[in-house]
Design a protein around this ligand. Structure first.
Ligand code: PEP
Length: 251
């Protein structure tokens, strides 16, 4: 059966010292707590090794925020999936809307990144989501379907290793959350798109997270929906107590 997951995405925030301190706080707060979901913290490349050293892996799993679509070689400034894996990370966020929007990442590149992540035994947290205009003009279901279909070259076995994060772009960092009903409708749609391609078992076993201004005050209502299996958390993951508040929505 699919897992419930709360994953933090620190984005381009915290210096190394600040990041290690935050990871320590999260780890300490979770100790001895009744935690009913998998907790993942996705951090900048520069922080991976040091954060890994302070996280207890049975409490908090480690993830990166991106990886290269190239395996290795003359790509100055890029970080490969095998480099990420070598830090101890288990997860990698791919296709975040900020990568799609600001760095022009397209479906082809994202498929290449996903394949390399899987080949290096990293679990992708693959982000999809529509922009405001697409929400308003009613094309959002088709847009998100197309983003999920970008992965349909994968075998059922490989697709089964992927976590999907539905993040409506208009809700990211805006304080404007999708309603629990909007999230549920889209998550059910995504699950059906997966089912039509890979069958019921793969669809039912895929964790689909919601992301977009999720916080302790709205997490419970969102996570109570049958197809919402947790959250990908930006701003609220930068403080240990609010991150914990979201994790506790599963209690
Ligand atoms: C995100 O960037 O993945 C995100 C969901 O951000 P926020 O929670 O700040 O909206």
């Amino acid at each position: 059966m699919r897992k419930n997951i709360v994953a933090g995405n620190w984005k381009m925030n915290t210096t190394l010292d600040e990041g290690v301190e935050l990871a320590n706080e999260i780890n300490t707060l979770l100790k001895g707590k009744n935690v009913n979901c998998e907790v993942i913290t996705c951090v900048p490349f520069t922080h991976l090794t040091s954060v890994n050293a302070v996280l207890e892996n049975d409490l908090v799993k480690l993830g990166a925020e991106n990886c290269s679509e190239h395996e290795k070689g003359a790509y100055t400034g890029e970080v490969s999936a095998s480099m990420v894996k070598s830090t101890g990370a288990e997860y990698v966020i791919l296709g975040h809307s900020e990568r799609r929007q600001y760095f022009g990442e397209n479906n082809e590149q994202l498929l290449a990144k996903t394949k390399l992540a899987l080949a290096n035994d990293l679990k992708p947290i693959f982000c999809v989501g529509e922009v405001l205009e697409e929400r308003e003009n009613g094309s959002y279901n088709d847009v998100v379907k197309g983003q999920v279909e970008a992965l349909f070259e994968l075998s059922p076995e490989d697709f089964g290793k992927i976590v999907i994060a539905y993040e409506p772009v208009w809700a990211i960092g805006t304080g404007k959350t999708a309603t629990a009903e909007q999230a549920q409708d889209m998550h059910a749609h995504i699950r059906k798109v997966i089912e039509d391609k890979y069958g019921k078992e793969v669809a039912e076993n895929t964790s689909i997270l919601y992301g977009g201004s999720c916080k302790p005050s709205n997490a419970k209502e969102l996570f109570a929906k049958p197809d919402v299996d947790g959250g990908l958390i930006g701003g609220a993951a930068l403080q240990a107590d609010s991150f914990l508040g979201i994790i506790e929505a599963f209690n």
